[in-house]
Design a protein around this ligand. Structure first.
Ligand code: HEC
Ligand code: HEC
Length: 341
């Protein structure tokens, strides 16, 4: 019996040996990192990788905890102070894929995808694939944060630091915390399966990896499959708030927005002092405010956000055009009006 086992073992070793010598060929797997493939095709940016030598215990797990819980265990015991009293990063950002087509993200498609996946629909862009982007706080964010955006535009570390203080209204991150967040973000970088390459494109990339030929073409294909930065355009409330935007609202679509977005922060005052639920009272309150010019009309809070009040640093981020279309705002209004009846 023993002899049989060793014979089988020997055969297995032989087989594996043969197959690895035959398969020196590179085969792309759905789960392969896009950044790794791009590096093999000649493009990489080493500065984006975490510096694990920073003292304090850099780890992807500490980064995950900071992003989801707001604090992490310290190397020498105990835990860090909470990063923000008001928010965690996941109040405003998903950490999973939220767009099917990464090359041309669309808020309505994202809404449907969020509903299917059971993930929130938020003002911030998902952190999934953030390390694959090249520019941050694009477009109109400069209007909001002014010169603060400059160092963050092309530098993911500065983007994280800016968001921790300005978006999350929290304390500054220690260097090891920043590197830990970066280490975690590298665990949620884009994977080849996310790019939706067709068969021909897939073959071309694979062949470029194996032969070293047509690498530029292959790189161009890979890079054309995802946005290098999240676009951001601020849009304004309609001139006549009674009439609203010039669209007929679809309440079913509005329900998805209410459930996946508004309730994410407002249900049982999760990230806000302002409580919303599925009671008629909530809808009546929102309806009453939607039509008027009150500082907190629906259009106002969606398009301008809600600023920090004195003494309270919490605030509501606005929805850019890329996060909610005018049509979608009307859908939400239609849903609110229906539920307020
Ligand atoms: C209150 C909401 C909020 C919180 C909390 C928040 N962010 Fe943001 N963040 C935003 C918004 C809004 C933007 C604007 C750009 C975008 O995401 O499209 C942004 C931008 C970013 C960007 C640049 C994204 C890009 O592609 O332009 C990064 C990186 C980021 N945040 C990381 C973090 C991290 C890490 C935390 C936690 C420490 C955090 N954010 C907490 C709302 C928030
Ligand atoms: C990322 C979290 C977040 C999301 C998502 C969010 N809000 Fe808010 N909202 C806040 C915060 C924070 C405030 C500020 C109030 C406070 O101090 O807590 C606020 C304030 C408001 C106010 C003003 C409250 C008042 O004092 O009258 C309204 C109205 C409101 N939100 C409605 C909405 C609606 C409608 C949606 C969905 C389209 C929504 N919010 C989505 C976080 C959020």
């Amino acid at each position: 019996m023993k002899a049989l086992y060793s014979l089988v073992g020997l055969l297995l070793i032989l087989l594996v040996g043969i197959s690895t010598t035959i398969k020196t060929e590179i085969i792309i797997d759905e789960k392969d990192s896009v950044a790794d493939v791009m590096r093999k095709l000649g493009k990489s940016d080493d500065s984006k990788y975490p510096n694990k030598n920073v003292k304090g215990g850099v780890s992807a797990e500490a980064g995950r905890l900071l992003i989801q819980e707001g604090f992490a265990p310290k190397e020498k015991g105990g835990k860090t102070k909470k990063q923000s009293k008001h928010f965690v990063c996941t109040s405003c950002h998903n950490i999973v894929k939220e767009d099917i087509d990464l090359a041309s993200p669309d808020p309505q498609e994202r809404l449907i995808y969020s509903e299917e996946q059971g993930i929130p629909f938020l003002q911030g862009t998902t952190l999934y694939g953030a390390v694959n982007r090249e520019t941050f706080y694009n477009g109109d964010y400069e209007k909001k944060y002014g010169a603060l955006v400059e160092p963050a535009r092309n530098d993911i570390r500065e983007a994280i630091k800016l968001c921790a203080v300005e978006c999350a209204q929290g304390r500054e991150l220690d260097d090891w915390e920043l590197e830990s967040i970066l280490a975690y973000l590298w665990t949620i970088d884009l994977k080849m399966g996310d790019l939706l390459l067709n068969g021909e494109e897939f073959d071309l990339v694979e062949s470029a990896l194996n032969t070293g030929e047509d690498q530029e073409d292959a790189l161009a294909i890979v890079e054309s499959k995802f946005a290098k930065g999240a676009e951001a355009h601020f849009v304004y409330p309609p001139e006549d708030r009674k009439k609203g935007y010039d669209y007929v609202g679809n309440p079913e679509n509005g329900k998805m927005i209410y459930d996946n977005s508004c309730l994410h922060c407002h249900k049982r005052q999760r990230y806000s002092y302002f409580d919303l639920d599925n009671s008629k009272l909530s809808f009546k309150y929102l309806k009453g405010k939607a039509n008027g010019y009150a500082p907190h009309s629906l259009y106002q809070v969606i398009r301008w956000g809600v600023p920090t009040k004195s003494g309270k640093k919490s605030y509501m981020p606005q929805y850019t055009k890329e996060k909610m279309s005018d049509q979608m705002v009307e859908d939400l209004r239609a849903y609110i009006e229906k539920r307020a009846e």
